[in-house]
Design a binder for this molecule. Structure first.
Ligand SMILES: [Zn+2]
Length: 197
């Protein structure tokens, strides 16, 4: 049986994923973004890098068969299954200052930076997660727009670990835009074997 964690709206969770194990992020209600970040187990300075992932895959997008890389250019996860096909490698985690910048409501607002840091027992000054299910349009002129996710209830992204890792996932706290289709909902995180594929 896979290990299952329900991530309540606007919260985060951490789980250890060993090399060869699968980790699935499931959108329970549809339209919900998951901030996915990971650290190499026992290697304080090595962690998931979306910039390196863009570099190595030579793409701003992520598809089945692609790899997620660490800041040291080591393979961390590969993308095994994807029900959605729209994820974001560009945006940092939402944070108090982001809510202040756009909505003037950062004080006391739940946010992914705090939720990921709390889950990991860390104090990263900024985090660039894989934003699972986040639907960012990249236009030819370089401008971007964040649209509502196209993920439906039960849709999953399944990754396979290439190294032992501590994985933190936050159910994104933005209800002010279309990022989470205007409402914050829960996620399911599953860790296990081939039964997740
Ligand atoms: Zn967020």
């Amino acid at each position: 049986m896979p290990q299952e964690i329900i991530i309540a709206p606007c919260t985060g969770a951490m789980v250890q994923v060993n090399k060869g194990q699968y980790v699935a992020v499931e959108d329970i209600d549809g339209g919900q973004v998951a901030d996915f970040f990971a650290e190499a187990l026992g290697q304080d300075e090595e962690f998931l890098s979306t910039g390196v992932t863009i570099d190595c895959n030579e793409s701003l997008r992520l598809k089945v068969g692609d790899m997620l890389y660490t800041n040291y250019y080591n393979p961390m996860f590969d993308v095994v299954c994807d029900d959605v096909g729209e994820h974001d490698l560009l945006h940092p985690s939402c944070r108090r200052e982001m809510f202040d910048f756009f909505y003037h409501n950062g004080e006391g607002h739940p946010n992914c930076l705090d939720n990921l840091n709390r889950s990991l027992g860390r104090q990263y000054a900024i985090l660039h997660p894989l934003n699972v299910f986040m639907n960012t349009r990249i236009h030819a002129d370089g401008s971007i727009a964040v649209l509502a996710p196209i993920s439906r209830p039960g849709d999953r992204l399944v990754l396979r670990a290439k190294m032992d890792a501590r994985v933190a996932v936050a159910a994104c706290s933005v209800s002010e835009s279309q990022c989470n289709a205007g409402r914050c909902t829960a996620l399911r995180l599953l860790v296990g074997g081939k039964e997740l594929v």
